[in-house]
Design a protein around this ligand. Sequence first.
Ligand code: MN
Length: 512
Amino acid sequence: MSAFDNFEIWWITGAQLLYGGDAVVSVDGHSKEMVDSLNGSGIIPVKIVYKGTANSSREVEAVMKAANNEDKCIGIITWMHTFSPAKMWIKGLQALQKPLLHFHTQYNDEIPWKEIDMDFMNLNQSAHGDIEFGHICTRMRVARKVVCGYWKNADVQEKIAVWARVSAGVADARQVRCLMFGMNMNNVAVTDGDRVEFEQRLGYHVDYCPVSTLMDYFKKVDDADVDALVEVYKKEYVIKIDESGEEVYWQKVWNAAKAEIALRRLLQDKGATAFTTNFDDLGDADINDPNFVGFDQIPGLASQRLMAEGIGFGAEGDWKTACLYRTLWFMQQGMTKGCSFLEDYTLNFAGDRSSCLQSHMLEVSPLIAVDKPKLEVHFLGIGIRKQQTARLVFTSKVGHGIKATVVDLGNRFRLISQEVECIEPKPMPKLPVASALWVPQPTFEIGAGAWILAGGTHHSAFSYDITEEYWEDFAEILGIEYVRINKETKTHEFKQMLRNNEVYYLLNKALK
Ligand code: MN
């Protein structure tokens, strides 16, 4: 079963009855063949369902309203086979609440120069039908993705596939409940923001959950379940016992397994697919009390393992990155190189290879590991419980990647992405945490500078698999600002674009 089996994309062919019923019958046949072919391509992971031709304002409105009401439908593809006068799309587009992809293609590929006549022209007139449709979308300020090209070409199908994955991610985001165990870290600005507006614009629901509730779950975990999970760890990871000694090692690993079970059960019971932690809020039990029951440190190993299964995670109460990571993982299901929550930690100045060490105290997803992670126990001297604690230690793959974040600018959300080149770090024997090392593109100077000018976070959702096109489609569907930093970025132009966007987003609301 594919991860996207529960979703559908609806295909609507625009036509009109001007050319007679025979033309519409042909249009219908062509549309079915095209949809079948796209479904059979193996490129588009969501099933496309042909919903027939729309020949009047009434028909357009009816199918758009049906799409809104069908939970399985995550988006609409429109294609204007014939000239479909666009006033008939006004009411339907006003009603449509699902993502829209306008496919500018044509059933026939090359013109049959010797045979072409007016009948052929009437059956192959997307060239002007799609232009008419595009005009009304632009005039009505309808957000959509426009894909232009021949429907049998793999590169064209890939663009539809990106949008399909993103539309599935948007549908999932509306189902996300993110639990905050504790608040965001005191005094931190970038991890804070307007959670009501966040749900209105991006769909994610963010809830506070008392740490005491998590501790209630922790107390109820059976020892036998913990023992069983420790056995799973032994199979999945390299066991590496260092300065803690064997006894402390296994005790801390056992504690980490118990924390994981508690977290997993609570998230499941609450229907939550994202969460945040805060190292300063682990419950109020006294660890020096001989009867202490609770987390002896942040549940780092649990966070790493849950992230690998697609549960959104943000450290220090960073609910925005937790939600974004969930969507990133969701969109890229089936891809192989991996994704993770990461944090800019330490700079490495080395000329044109100047880079930034990505890590966290513990929480990096093993999906990005270059080889089998080592399960280690070391002291973590931060937060309210300074203790030895278990974590997965690894370095990450070398190669091209993209990091992303969403920030609250007060009057809007801004999504920022940045291309990075992950390079090989040197051994760090005294830093036993998972990490990656990357060079921001186009260079450290321009790339890191642009990220700072855009107001980016020190946390990000990182992927080796996806491209900027995903984040562009995501922002377009949600109607939020998107700025990207890549090999083409020039500082002066970037600054000017940020200024232009300030004006655009002020005026944009007035236009709608
Ligand atoms: Mn952090």
